[in-house]
Design a protein around this ligand. Structure first.
Ligand code: HEC
Ligand code: HEC
Length: 336
């Protein structure tokens, strides 16, 4: 059962991925794109996009030394590969790690600096694609990486050793990580259930899933992860998800960041032994079936169900890559 869902989810990811590919080839048949470009588009590995979408929000090679919240992928590759490692072994190691990131680390300095990687339920197919891409391709390296290689991961040049949060007491990065982990795990859970509902009952039927299950599912993730996990919006569908004044401020800030194409970083606020964490939720093609323009992306039957369940629905008219809302997550600070 679990495998079927995983398979469905990953095949949808792939279908969405393929759509982009189709568009590229479509353009090239107009004779606008050169043959080389068409070949290059064809060669684009699906694992690349998946890695950038699923892993870069923490493992971003562009983050400065001070802003990193996890080691860059190139560093991970270096610690998981030697001259004898086969692609199968590398893939297996990555799948094994992601299924249980509490296990013994191959980069203990990374755990010391960033805290452990939160468990995020990625479909195995997705991890495999990412692993294949990582194995076969040169990965982007941060500027400081040359020094790291020279120091062989040891010594003063090792940026992982430079910031010891346990001693400096600067826990912000650790909290950013923890918050992102909560958000992503919940997103994966919601996403998986949504895909399943759409596959089984169509978009219109899936609306009922969101209506009945979205809040309870988020709540149950809260209980499991010992945090209060909410999705809130300036234009909510369900009035219970209306953002408060503080959250609206952060929503406006994230909107500006996205509009000016800046990379978005989580907001972490610490007060009285509690952490408030905020991170954007943006739209993709899938979302428009229920949050796009009425009678265009939202089909009449779906619209009818929505209007019936949410007479005050504000959550329509979105395009792709717009801010649909934010994660607003609260948890306790680590005990000293
Ligand atoms: C929410 C943030 C976050 C996301 C998202 C994330 N990671 Fe991590 N990851 C971390 C942190 C923090 C560490 C460093 C701690 C550690 O090594 O245990 C880490 C470490 C790792 C390691 C090193 C394991 C070791 O031996 O120490 C691997 C492999 C890894 N991540 C793979 C991935 C892949 C692949 C993805 C995307 C599918 C991903 N991670 C997404 C936060 C994240
Ligand atoms: C099948 C229809 C459907 C799809 C597809 C869908 N949603 Fe929703 N969405 C809903 C419904 C229904 C609610 C109200 C849930 C409730 O009552 O708690 C909702 C609520 C939300 C909320 C909470 C705030 C609010 O407006 O109440 C966010 C955030 C959200 N959706 C984001 C997304 C994103 C991002 C995607 C795409 C990845 C997406 N949705 C895809 C139907 C859908």
């Amino acid at each position: 059962m679990r495998n079927t869902i995983l398979f469905l989810l990953s095949s949808i990811v792939l279908i969405i991925g393929c759509k982009d590919g189709v568009k590229v080839t479509g353009e090239s048949t107009d004779g606008v794109t050169s043959k080389e470009e068409a070949l290059e588009a064809k060669a684009a590995h699906p694992g690349k996009g998946l890695m950038e979408r699923e892993c870069y929000m923490c493992h971003n090679p562009k983050a400065s030394e001070a802003h990193m919240i996890a080691p860059p992928m190139a560093m991970i590759k270096m610690h998981y590969l030697d001259s004898t490692t086969t692609k199968e072994q590398f893939t297996e190691a990555l799948v094994y790690w992601l299924n249980d990131p509490e296990q013994e680390s191959r980069i203990p300095n990374a755990v010391k600096r960033f805290g452990s990687m939160p468990y995020i339920p990625y479909p195995e197919k997705v991890i495999e694609q990412i692993a294949h891409y990582m194995y076969d391709h040169e990965l982007d390296r941060p500027d400081w990486f040359a020094n790291y290689l020279e120091s062989d991961g040891q010594g003063a040049e090792n940026p992982l050793g430079k910031y010891d949060y346990a001693t400096t007491g600067n826990a912000e990065k650790r909290y950013a990580n923890k918050g992102l982990g909560h958000a992503l795990a919940t997103k994966a859970q919601l996403g998986r259930n949504l895909m399943k509902a759409i596959n089984e009952k169509g978009t219109q039927g899936a609306v009922e899933f969101c209506n009945v299950k979205a809040i309870p599912l988020t709540d149950s993730m809260s209980v499991m992860q010992n945090a209060v996990i909410k999705r809130v919006s300036d234009k909510p569908r369900n009035p219970k998800n209306q953002a408060n004044a503080k959250e609206l401020e952060h929503i406006n800030f994230f909107k500006e960041q996205i509009a000016s194409d800046n990379s978005v970083e989580p907001i972490v606020e610490e007060q009285d032994g509690e952490v408030n964490f905020y991170y954007p939720i943006t739209t993709n093609t899938l979302c428009l079936q229920c949050h796009g323009n009425p009678n265009e992306q939202i089909e009449p039957e779906t619209l009818a169900v929505l209007r019936n369940l949410y007479p005050k629905d504000k959550a329509v008219g979105y395009g792709i890559n717009e801010l649909r809302g934010i994660w607003s997550i609260n948890f306790e600070t680590d005990s000293p």
